[in-house]
Design a protein. Structure first.
Length: 401
């Protein structure tokens, strides 16, 4: 029995970037294990925003910035999707002038401000001994910065793109591809009824795992990924052939949001960029759909093939986690506590070749994790390729960091 009158330390936990199913199970796992081991747990709200905006005054209202977590709180949320701590794309080292907290404006008035000194003071003010950030490569890149500043960090990888370096698996990926397969199958009836090409735009800014793996599983005939610049005429030819072979006269292509085709660049919804320099992607599905319709007469005896164009977007990141995104976050949370109890920090908890492990946190910023095109993508057939599955991990494409 843990002596609850003697606190072993305080752990801070936060979720940053896009929401995915599996975040709440991870928070739950960390909190329950930590409390039972004698730790106090502070939930930092809104990603890096909460810890950046803390007002270091006992009389200040900081309820928007942090909360002490209990078993009751995390049990209520632990089986649900999203993140009850909320999230943001705040980057504390790059805060625009108009987003500097009011109580800090006298000291920070440049166009872009590095508020890391305030973050360090705030962590100390809250008495946080260990910090567990859960996020993708953007959120965790700032965790690397804090580790370099002396903060004891143990990171957990999360992103439906599955592109955090060093790990084969990121929280949210399984639910994303499960939903992608299910939603694609749901739209087959419409595509078949009207004898059209179904174009589905999926997540994936730089990495094409969310398009490639569902296609490998049979959800689509072809896929377009960011790692390879596709010739749109060749894609139209292949999809027209697939459609003709299908008794229901339809075909399906999954298109990563960050993909491009010959003569085009990444397409964005607008010019505004977030604090990590990323503009919001959008439009590649529209462009591919339009070009397929335009070029289709060349491969269909002069007759136009109409398309169904659907952007999956938040449909694959909302709602409850699937089994894997309930189990893996539980394991990752406990792995993080294993490290902390052994006084180990500066690590990223990971899955590699089917085994739970950990890696140096610096691996997050050391490289990009992308689809190995030579190994997994047929650049002529525009679809996955593979020679053998023997000894491959669960989701086939491992990280080779």
């Amino acid at each position: 029995m843990v002596n609850i009158n003697k606190i072993r330390g305080t752990i801070g936990i936060l979720t940053g970037g896009g929401d995915v199913p599996g975040l709440n199970p991870a928070i739950r796992a960390v909190t329950i294990r930590a409390i039972r081991e004698g730790y106090r747990v502070i939930g930092l709200r809104r990603g890096w925003a909460g810890i950046t905006e803390v007002f270091r005054d006992p009389k200040a209202d900081n309820h928007d910035n942090f909360i002490e977590l209990t078993e009751d709180i995390v049990n209520r949320a632990g089986r649900t999707g999203g993140t009850f701590l909320h999230s943001s794309r705040t980057r504390a080292s790059h805060i625009p002038k108009d987003m500097v907290p009011e109580h800090l404006k006298a000291d920070y008035h440049d166009d872009i401000n590095d508020l890391t000194p305030e973050v360090l003071k705030n962590l100390n003010y809250l008495g946080i001994d260990y910090l567990i950030p859960i996020g993708g490569d953007d959120t965790l890149s700032y965790a690397v910065r804090l580790f370099q500043e002396g903060v004891k960090v143990v990171a957990i990888p999360k992103t439906m793109d599955n592109d955090v370096p060093g790990t084969d698996y990121c929280i949210g990926f399984s639910t994303c591809i499960t939903r992608t397969i299910a939603l694609t199958n749901s739209l087959r009836t419409s595509a078949g009824s009207h004898e059209r090409v179904l174009v589905m735009e999926v997540f994936g800014r730089y990495a094409g795992f969310t398009a490639l793996l569902p296609t490998m599983a049979g959800a689509a005939n072809r896929c377009v990924i960011p790692e390879y610049n596709v010739e749109i005429g060749r894609l139209t030819e292949l999809l027209s052939h697939d459609r003709l072979k299908n008794p229901s006269r339809y075909s399906v292509v999954l298109v990563s949001e960050g993909a491009t085709f010959t003569g085009s660049e990444m397409l964005f919804e607008g010019d505004e960029a977030d604090m990590f320099g990323h503009r919001k992607l959008g439009g590649i599905g529209d462009a591919v759909s339009s070009k397929i319709k335009e070029l289709s007469p060349l491969f269909n005896n002069g007759r136009t093939i109409n398309t169904i164009n659907q952007k999956l977007g938040y449909l694959v990141r909302g709602g409850d986690p699937d089994a894997i995104d309930s189990i893996v976050p539980m394991a990752y949370g406990n792995l993080a506590l294993d490290l902390i109890m052994n006084k180990i920090h500066g690590r990223l908890v990971i899955l590699r070749n089917g085994r739970y492990d950990n890696a140096p946190i610096e691996i997050i910023t050391s490289k990009k994790k992308l689809v190995n095109v030579d190994k997994f993508y047929d650049t002529d057939r525009l679809r996955p390729k593979y020679k053998s599955f023997e000894f491959s991990p669960l989701f086939i494409m491992q990280d080779n960091s």
